[in-house]
Design a protein around this ligand. Sequence first.
Ligand SMILES: [Zn+2]
Length: 113
Amino acid sequence: MHEFALAQDIVATITQQVKDDLEKITAINIEAGAYSGVVADSLAFGLNIIFTEKNLPDVKVNIVMVPTIAHCVCGREYELNEIFETCPQCGSFERKIISGMDIVINSVELSEE
Ligand SMILES: [Zn+2]
C-alpha cells in the first residue's frame, strides 16, 4: 500500500510544521502530479484513516491532480498525457520534466480559535 505510507509521510510533515496546532487543522490541500503514480482516492482514504486515529475525523482532505509538464530541448513546453509521448513541435524525446512528478502539500488550513 504505497498510498498509505505516503499518507503517513504527509501527516508527519504537517505535524512537524504545525506542531501543537495539529488539532486546529480543518483542511489540507494537496497537489498530486499526474506522474507521481498516486491514486488520489487511495491517498485521501489513507489520510482520513490517520486523521481519524488522531481524533481529528473532521479534517477535510482535498487532493488536486496536476498535469505533468515537460520542457523539450527545442524550447517547447508541453503537457505529457502518456509516458512515451514526444514533443509535438519537433518530435524529440529529449526533455526535462518540470512539474507533475511529485506530491506537494499546498496548504494547511487551521481554525481561528
Ligand atoms: Zn521539441
